[in-house]
Design a protein. Sequence first.
Length: 324
Amino acid sequence: MAASHPNSIIKQAKKLREISNGFRPARVLLTANNYRVFDHLEKPRSVSTISKRLGTDLRATEILLDALTGLGLLKKRDKNYSNSPIASRFLVSSSPYYQGDYLRHADNHWKNWSGLDEVIKTGSPFHIAHNRDAFIRGMHNLASLRAKKIISLIGLRGIQTALDLGGGPGTYSIEMAKKGIHVTLFDRPETIEIAKGVFKMTDVKDIIFIGGDFLFDDIGKGYDLIFISQVLHSLSEKDNIQLLRKCRRALNKRGRIIIQEAYLSDDRTYPLKSTLSSVNMLINTVAGRCYSHDEIKGWFRKTGLRDIREKIIDDSVLISGRLP
């Protein structure tokens, strides 16, 4: 077998180093977000000023700010630092596009992912860090960027009543309610309390809140639409089929169930984001993982839904089915 060209070997080794060092920029960003660095840099400020405001070590702060500048998140001029446009838009807590809650949630993932070696050995979760507030508000950060688009693609013609099942902060409920839909948001009681705080920042009123465990508790009935976004990946196949059958019984005649999940190929190896999400479920849940669109459509058929359709949007897939 002929030896590989030296340049090829160098490139391959570089690729491995890039993968192994991928944690470095992530850790810098997560730490900066934890300290709310970006809230203090909407105007140019010196290292000493930022260090005093944050109560941090001067040398450490300068190294952190330089790294953030290298990542393109800050600008540096005459020894003063300020936010770059991307930081101002997504990392300042007063911005309508704020993503810092999601980063707080990712920081919990950091702690849990550190137990992956043990998880691979035992098959059991390593769920040592969890912040429900960061998780739910982080989901609002993400959904707020796409909710209008997703709801418009779903199509609400003929829909009068909808259930947002496992709807977390209620971002999609808000968009449906704005269209005149009578929406019920179902999630755990502690999540519902966070969602109510999110709703207080809107002018939406026509929402019914139900707190409980959707696998065991009554989810109501009489819905024209049941929307289940980014829920199934946290459950086992058995529980997902059980949940879909429960939802089927809660639908009106000709009612629809629509699932939004990360897109995953049939062999479950592509795209990388979804395969890593499966690892995240391995670490954080007893039986969850990402499922391919064909797997989910198979559950729809088992549940007795018909007119099954799918639509791929960016890195997600929408799968719909209706009662015959």
